[in-house]
Design a protein around this ligand. Sequence first.
Ligand SMILES: NC(=O)c1ccc[n+]([C@@H]2O[C@H](COP(=O)([O-])OP(=O)(O)OC[C@H]3O[C@@H](n4cnc5c(N)ncnc54)[C@H](OP(=O)(O)O)[C@@H]3O)[C@@H](O)[C@H]2O)c1
Length: 333
Amino acid sequence: MKIVTIKNPGGFENVILSEIDNVVNPKPKEVLVRWHATSLNFHDYLVANGSIPVADGRIPMSDGAGEVITVGSDVTQWKTGDKVMSLFFPNWLEGKVSMAKTRVISGESFQGYAVEQSLIDENSITTIPEGFTFAEAATLPCAALTAWRGLFVEGNLQPGESVLIEGTGGMSIFALQLAKAAGAKVYATTSSQEKAERLKSMGTEAVVNYKEDPKWGKTLFKMTGGIDHVLDVGGGATMQQSIEAVAIGGHITSIGILGGRKGEITFPKLFFKHIRLTGIAVGSKAMQNDMIKAINQSDWRPIIDKSFGLSELAHAFSYQETGKHFGKIVVEY
Ligand SMILES: NC(=O)c1ccc[n+]([C@@H]2O[C@H](COP(=O)([O-])OP(=O)(O)OC[C@H]3O[C@@H](n4cnc5c(N)ncnc54)[C@H](OP(=O)(O)O)[C@@H]3O)[C@@H](O)[C@H]2O)c1
């Protein structure tokens, strides 16, 4: 079977495809899965380019979707032929977050899913949404779950409220789709005129170009009177403008660092605007199951920008690096 591993010290030239023997014989509580697709997240990109150091030979990619081939003797939750998807945190099944539950990360400190087959604990997978292809399902465990948690678990988003998404990467486009499906009004930023048109065609109320208007947060506040939920993905480059954009008493979810790990913010704005600021890293299996239930009640599908083969994973990362994509990049095998 085909497997991709990261050779130290990382870098796209060290994303190595090889052939190994098929996996056999799950332990009693394990499931053997034939993975068919993964999707690229910024986190996977940082693993592949060596910015996040991993053990030599680590299988990358935190997202996986595939089919159960065989199950161990004590497995109760799955049977041959079930369609399943991975968890970003294989040990955070439910309840409050803890270091112990989130120490292990798929594709980083734990083997990822850029492999045709692997054994996995029966608890560390969920079902996929009804009717979804493997490629569609493989877009969900990191990016969609983060958007879901930011909007609904931490934000308690209500119909009619406003949401700001930043840029048109995978997480942000899921936030747009989930928020629209929940009856929210969505605003967006992007650096591209072409992507702005696409955002409008998906029902965003207004789009601001963050490159042409560096004070886009102030612009959006003036335009809307303040946005109820802001999903910040730029970190150092965007948090100050996210604080400007958010409504009095609004909620900002700190999600990403696309524009840098550090930056200055005006603290009095935080308290005089009564802002709630929540930092999140993906979510639990229980949250993933809740998200799947909600997806099963709605009719939107993930936006897949481009699909690559497993042998093209390094090319897929190079494409991600250009920032040309809108939504998700997937790899199918
Ligand atoms: N905390 C978590 O649990 C979690 C989970 C998922 C993702 N993330 C983080 O969220 C961020 C996005 O992840 P992703 O996988 O969705 O990435 P992605 O698909 O690679 O997103 C890339 C897009 O982000 C936009 N962008 C880049 N720099 C920007 C900036 N300074 N301001 C606004 N938008 C900017 C660009 O959109 P335009 O081309 O439209 O300008 C770009 O195309 C990353 O930092 C990632 O680490 C965090």
